[in-house]
Design a binder for this molecule. Structure first.
Ligand SMILES: NC(=O)c1ccc[n+]([C@@H]2O[C@H](COP(=O)([O-])OP(=O)(O)OC[C@H]3O[C@@H](n4cnc5c(N)ncnc54)[C@H](O)[C@@H]3O)[C@@H](O)[C@H]2O)c1
Length: 415
């Protein structure tokens, strides 16, 4: 099929490369010329396992020019959506991208489908995307179709997740729209659920809220276990053996970060509040998660006074396998350390470039140099941290790095 993807970020680039690998003709549109230049040169602008190799195997046309999407059968919108502390959702990127698509749809002969992959609040595709597309003078259902087809990939495992989805959800304006996406996804070995646009938008948000709930739940159990001298990882193992519970997303620690879970909770809270419902559980999960990194700092303060101390961070990415630092727990931790007068040194195998844009004032060093700090904080569970020599050190561990237990003083966040 001829596929266009608007937005060459973590989602757009991965799915573009994967669709190309599966034999589709792919055009990738972005406003960021530097990013497109890198992709054109087969060098991924993001770190994601296997992506450089995949890019070297496929042909993808890249452009800033929306006219290139004209012959497409399906146009996926993969631009960013964001929210702020107050819960306001920013839809400028979707709005702008959709307006540009409408300009192309205006001149297009024949039927195509526009499919939203960006995560949006229920109602957004119907109330924002479709009306904007119809400013083209063309009519949804007759001249073009619309779907909402959320992406469930995890950064760090994105290619695998795309190629082996647990399920494909197709939200469709009408069955003709959905048929086109069904044709694209039918060869994937996964159940396909076809439903309406709003339900699909909610499936994505509710799925992420549920994962966030599991993480937060086990963190709360972990905080209690720590007081009681019980190992929460043993507790989680025992719980996970029950197949009504399962073992996923039960690793207690610093909490969740990244570009999805925190933002998607805020999106859900704001959507609920707009219709007059107070989502108390989801609000609590969000604020509990915001507080967990600060609890971590309190544990550190039991062992060291921050003022003038050199504190070393192992890990800056929100999780291993990515260079993404959006909403990483490291951000709150560094803010608190600097506020307390500490000198911060940090190491991450992949995320230094992105983190240093947020915190140019801290020192970025090797992992060995981090070990020379007055105290070490483990923030991301990169496998390589399990091979360091922690003997004689003061370590506060947010991610359960087993080797770190050999430290002179070792404190786990929930254990
Ligand atoms: N990152 C993930 O793991 C993940 C997983 C599932 C869903 N999502 C959702 O997918 C969406 C995209 O996420 P992401 O992490 O890829 O975002 P991102 O910020 O990495 O990428 C967005 C891209 O869109 C480009 N862009 C912005 N405005 C544009 C425009 N008008 N025209 C063309 N390109 C434009 C940006 O330059 C950027 O390259 C978000 O809604 C996110 O919540 C993300």
């Amino acid at each position: 099929m001829r596929i266009s993807i608007i937005g060459a970020g973590y989602v757009g680039l991965v799915i573009g490369a994967c669709f190309a690998k599966l034999g589709n003709e792919v055009v990738l549109i972005d406003v960021d010329e530097e990013k497109l230049e890198a992709i054109h040169n087969k060098a991924s602008p993001i770190y994601e396992e296997g992506l450089d190799e995949l890019l070297s195997q496929v042909h993808i046309e890249v452009s800033t020019d929306y006219q290139k999407i004209l012959p497409s059968d399906i146009i996926f919108i993969c631009v960013g959506t964001s929210s702020d502390e107050s819960g306001s959702i920013f839809l400028e990127q979707i709005t702008e991208a959709t307006k540009q698509i409408a300009e192309v749809v205006k001149t297009r002969e024949g039927y195509c489908v526009v499919a939203v992959k960006s995560t949006v609040a229920p109602g957004t595709t119907e109330e924002l995307v479709i009306p904007l597309l119809e400013t083209s003078g063309r009519k949804v259902g007759d001249d073009f179709g619309v779907c909402m087809c959320p992406e469930f990939l995890r950064e760090g495992k994105a290619i695998y997740d795309f190629m082996h989805p647990a399920r494909v959800i197709i939200g469709e304006y009408d069955s003709k729209s959905g048929d086109m996406l069904y044709k694209l996804y039918q060869s994937f070995n996964a159940p396909i659920l076809r439903t309406n646009l709003r339900t699909t938008e909610m499936i994505k948000l509710a799925s992420n809220a549920f994962l966030a709930t599991r993480i937060t739940f086990i963190n709360e159990i972990g905080n209690i276990c720590k007081q009681l001298g019980i190992d929460v990882y043993e507790v989680a193992k025992g719980m996970g053996l029950d197949d009504r519970i399962g073992s996923g997303y039960l690793n207690a620690g610093l909490g969740f970060g990244g570009s999805c879970l925190p933002k998607d909770l805020k999106m859900l809270i704001s959507g609920a509040t707009e219709v007059g419902y107070k989502p108390t559980i989801i609000e609590e999960i969000s604020s509990f998660n915001d507080a967990q990194p600060l609890r971590f700092i309190e544990l550190l303060k039991k062992h060291i006074s921050l003022k003038g101390a050199v504190i070393g961070l192992l890990g800056l990415a929100f999780k291993p396998g990515t260079d993404d630092v959006r909403d990483s727990g490291a951000i709150k931790i560094v803010e608190a350390l600097l506020q307390g007068g500490a000198i911060v040194k940090a190491y991450d195998p992949m995320a230094v470039k992105n983190f240093s844009k947020l915190f140019p004032q801290i020192e970025y060093v090797t992992k060995e140099e981090v070990l020379d700090s007055d105290a070490i904080l483990i923030v991301t569970e990169w496998e390589e941290f399990n091979k360091l020599d922690y003997k004689g050190k003061v370590v506060v561990d947010g991610r359960r790095i087993v080797k770190a237990r050999e430290a002179r003083i070792y404190e786990g966040i929930c254990w």
